[in-house]
Design a protein around this ligand. Structure first.
Ligand code: PMP
Ligand code: GLU
Length: 398
């Protein structure tokens, strides 16, 4: 049959993070003893108090449609969180609750991007940004960063990328996949450039806010001169180990919140009522469990870094946040274990999968083909096993 799929859909890539995770799970189900370092989700269970709130919501018959933008108590809890933790003032009407942070990104990108608009995305970037921009008909202007700049974009790079067609800058700090965390001064310098370009909006993905090993979270929305043009994206998936609940949100100007609500009203209506009630608990109860999880991620980061730094040929910055290591593996391109010669990042991932039974994601999925991504959101025991076999497998390459 002739290809019946829309051109827009055909132009869009599948999510490589999801694809690699699902492939790895299939291989594990077939009995292969693989350590899965592809997964971008906490391995912890949702804290008990949050689970109790979900159960209570079922028992109390929160089973009807909710307002499209989310229950008012949840939007108030989000506005309260933004005030308390980030010193940012938003009214509940400026918050839109979505089906995961990914959906909040999709709402904002679709609401802002027209065909011919450009979105500036520093690479490495999270897989879905570029594809959502393409789906909206826009083009991506990818700004490469490297291990030598700690994977951060400079103001000079931003200035150089801006054209009359630029509509959006997409930032993620703490970053998936590099773990880079922009300092307040670095964000301020970028904000000053944005302030000069009145058509430019900033999509600020802050989903890893709590998994930050270097101090207080800094939001791009703190700079008053651009606050109206900043879209904060956040959610409960990572901080509260609630990936399957699918609750995210955006905080924006009122106009953009109304646009996102209009779009969502046609696409999905509201996010799950039960998950919304659980999220109220997540955002208002004591967040000791989040702090405990972050401590575990820090311990695991240190464990992984200690091993990666001992592997000749690998170059890796110390990730300041999120739960990924993003080593540069380009020194292995052209090397062989006697049977296979590795040409690129995908070959390195396949080699590690076959010879070390370690699953990772190629950096090209994130616009950085000299690297691979290793998620350390798994047990210390798994990490130790993975690091030992990875070290042995890489040592065989000459
Ligand atoms: N942004 C980034 C950078 C992510 O890593 C993820 C994880 N999937 C998301 C957004 C989406 O989060 P959610 O699961 O809440 O849709
Ligand atoms: N954000 C996670 C990751 O980067 C989950 C997968 C996805 O949503 O693409 O692996």
């Amino acid at each position: 049959m002739e290809n019946y799929l829309s051109q827009r859909l055909q132009n869009m890539e599948e999510s490589q993070t999801i694809a690699m995770n699902e492939k790895t799970k299939d291989l594990q189900e077939q009995g292969l003893d693989i350590v899965n370092l592809t997964a971008g989700e906490p391995d912890f269970f949702t804290p008990d108090a949050i689970k109790a709130a979900a159960k209570a919501a079922v028992d109390n018959n929160f089973s009807f449609y909710t307002p499209v933008a989310g229950y008012m108590d949840l939007r108030k809890a989000i506005a309260g969180k933004l005030q308390r933790e980030n010193n940012l003032t938003y009214t509940p009407e400026q918050i839109v609750v979505t089906n995961g942070a990914k959906h909040a990104l999709a709402n904002a990108i679709t609401s802002l991007i027209d065909p011919n608009d450009e979105a500036i995305i520093p690479a490495p970037y999270w897989v879905s940004y570029s594809e959502l921009v393409k789906l909206a008909g826009g083009s991506n202007v990818i700004v490469p960063t490297s291990i030598d700049s700690n994977f951060k974009m400079t103001t000079a790079q931003l200035e150089a990328a801006i054209t009359p067609r630029t509509k959006l800058l997409i930032l993620c700090s703490p970053s998936n996949p590099s773990g880079a965390v922009y300092s307040k001064a670095e964000l301020q310098a970028l904000a000053e450039v944005v302030a000069k370009h009145k058509r430019l909006f900033v999509l600020s993905d802050e989903i890893y806010e709590h998994i930050n090993f270097v101090g207080k979270h800094e939001s791009m929305a703190q700079f008053e001169s651009i606050k109206d043009r900043v879209i904060i994206i956040n959610g409960v998936s990572k901080a509260y180990a609630m990936t399957g609940y699918r609750i995210g949100y955006s905080a924006t100007s009122l106009g953009l919140a109304k646009a996102c609500t209009k779009l969502q009203g046609q696409f999905t209506s509201n996010a799950s009522s039960i998950a919304q009630k659980a999220s109220v608990a997540a955002l208002t109860l004591d967040n000791t469990p989040t702090q405990e999880m972050t401590k575990a991620f820090l311990r695991r980061r240190n464990l992984v870094m200690e091993w990666l730094q001992q592997m000749p040929g690998l170059r890796c910055t110390v990730p300041d946040g999120a739960f990924y290591a993003f080593p540069d593996v380009s020194a292995f391109f052209g090397k062989s274990d006697g049977t296979t010669t590795l040409k690129n990042d995908m070959d390195v991932c396949l080699y590690l999968l076959e010879k070390a039974l370690v699953a990772s994601v190629p950096g090209s999925a994130f616009g950085a083909p000299s690297c691979i991504r290793l998620s350390y959101a798994t047990s210390d025991e798994n990490l130790l096993k993975a690091m030992k076999s990875m070290k042995a497998a890489l040592a065989k390459l000459v």
